[in-house]
Design a protein around this ligand. Structure first.
Ligand code: ARG
Length: 298
């Protein structure tokens, strides 16, 4: 009996303390900002009325501050479809190519780490827009108005054209010969869009990767394959030497890196770093290293 009463008393006291604490908190939170002169701690959880996003990474680059959210604070996670040499490729486990070297240089400029992850090209814009599994994408992505509805783009770092590839023994000479034929392309690319808009009566057949499409071309499953010119030249000069380019298509596509729309200052920081790399000759050097054997001229 005695202990029971005692317990009730303790419980009541504990409850009273909790209520007091809660009321105290509520009061503090409801106070209009500005009446309190103590600076807010760096990592406060925003109240519902707080419109400033709680970014997890802040950098200062060339005297300017940039704040953004990264899946891993301090590390930019970059999606790529590594089937697109000389832009995006795998060398064993390592991601290599023009895009990777530019992104590595950008990250070094900004004092951030960079990590790559594979996403099929036709899912890459959606992945960036969803914010997972990557913060952004570097994948030979052509900047387009349609894609700009879903993601932001950095300033462009390369201009490219398209090309039509056929087998070495094919008698097709240009797009005009391909009407009503089976035309291959990588799913979700500008190559697919161009073929579907410009080759009359085609049967459009898409592939997850560029090599998949070129193997299908060799196997006679498609009559031609459309992809970006430097990639077509790279493939024909290496693994697909039994294929040839019959037509170059001047599209003036511009490549940019795609970034999640909720991270405008990440886009701005990358564009600032790209401007530096352009001015100090790094972009030219990398272009010579990766693309001098190929031309983007149609
Ligand atoms: N430039 C083309 C586009 O944006 C093709 C890009 C394909 N990229 C890749 N890594 N497979 O649609």
């Amino acid at each position: 009996m005695k202990t029971k009463k005692y317990l009730v008393l303790v419980a009541t006291l504990v409850l009273a303390c909790c209520v007091a604490l809660l009321v105290g908190c509520g009061k503090g939170g409801n106070e209009p900002s500005g009446t309190d002169n103590t600076p807010a701690p760096a990592n406060t959880t925003p109240t519902p009325t707080d419109t400033t996003p709680n970014y997890n990474t802040t950098i200062t680059y060339q005297g300017k501050e940039y704040s953004f959210n990264l899946l891993t604070p301090g590390t930019i996670t970059v999606a790529t479809s590594p089937d697109f040499p000389p832009f995006d490729n795998l060398d064993g486990e390592a991601y290599v190519g023009f895009d990777m070297e530019i992104m590595n240089a950008v990250a070094a400029e900004l004092g951030l780490q960079v990590k790559y992850t594979t996403v099929n090209f036709d899912a890459i814009i959606t992945a960036v827009a969803a914010g997972a599994p990557a913060d952004m994408a570097a994948s030979g992505i052509t900047i387009s108005e349609e894609r700009k509805q879903e993601v932001d783009f950095t300033s462009p770092y390369y201009s490219s054209n398209l090309a039509i590839i056929v087998t070495g023994d094919s008698s097709f000479k240009s797009a005009a010969d391909l009407e009503g034929k089976k035309i291959g392309s990588q799913s979700g690319t500008t190559g697919q869009a161009w073929a579907e808009e410009n080759i009359k009566g085609l049967e459009s057949i898409t592939f997850t990767t560029v090599p998949d499409g070129l193997n299908a071309l060799k196997a006679g499953k498609v009559d031609a394959f459309v992809t970006d010119l430097p990639v077509a030249q790279n493939m024909v000069a290496s693994s697909f030497s039994d294929c040839k380019i019959i037509q170059e298509i001047a599209t003036g596509d511009e490549f940019g890196f795609a970034v999640n729309k909720a991270n405008p200052e990440l886009t701005a920081a990358i564009s600032a770093a790209l401007a530096t790399l352009e001015q100090n000759g790094t972009l030219d050097k990398l272009e010579t290293k990766w693309l001098s054997d190929y031309t983007s001229e149609a």
